[in-house]
Design a protein around this ligand. Structure first.
Ligand code: 5GP
Length: 139
């Protein structure tokens, strides 16, 4: 079964589409966290960032890059939080990759993404060295 976002791509359910090209589309979030909250997605269905082919990832970022200033200017935002919930455990509810562009305003109380956690993880230097080496070997 196709995701709700594929149904938007196909025009089967309505959405406030604000940009579209061959491979990507941007539309307003139906439950906006702030005025102008926009989602940017690849038209093809990939569940996670990890599944997105490189050429589509390039297109996706190009659309994010285009939409961030457009969104900020349209609602006169001071800044934006730009984020992916990448996987269910990270809070992803719709299994179709999407980038949130959430306008931010001075004093909106939203805080940084660091606010998702109580504070930094307590990791010893040798553990951090191991993790860095392991990530580097896979990059
Ligand atoms: P997630 O939690 O998966 O990162 O975010 C999914 C987002 O999609 C939510 O912010 C939610 O409001 C939005 N959303 C869910 N269903 C629809 C829909 O049918 N139309 C639009 N425009 N947004 C939706």
């Amino acid at each position: 079964m196709s995701t709700i976002f594929s149904q938007i791509v196909e025009g089967e359910i309505p959405a406030r589409i604000v940009y579209e090209d061959e491979t990507t589309i941007a539309f307003l979030d139906a439950n906006p966290l702030a005025p102008g909250h926009t989602l940017v997605i690849p038209k093809d269905e990939y569940e996670r960032l990890n599944d997105v082919p490189e050429d589509v990832a390039t297109d996706l970022y190009a659309t994010v890059h285009r939409m961030v200033p457009a969104v900020e200017e349209s609602v006169d935002a001071d800044a934006t939080t730009v984020a992916f919930n990448n996987g269910e455990e990270a809070g992803q509810e719709v299994p179709h990759v999407h980038c949130h562009i959430v306008p931010r305003f001075q004093g909106d109380g939203g805080g940084p993404i660091h606010g998702l956690f109580g504070g930094p993880a307590d990791l010893a230097d040798d553990k951090l060295d191991d993790i860095a080496a392991d990530i580097e070997s896979r990059a």
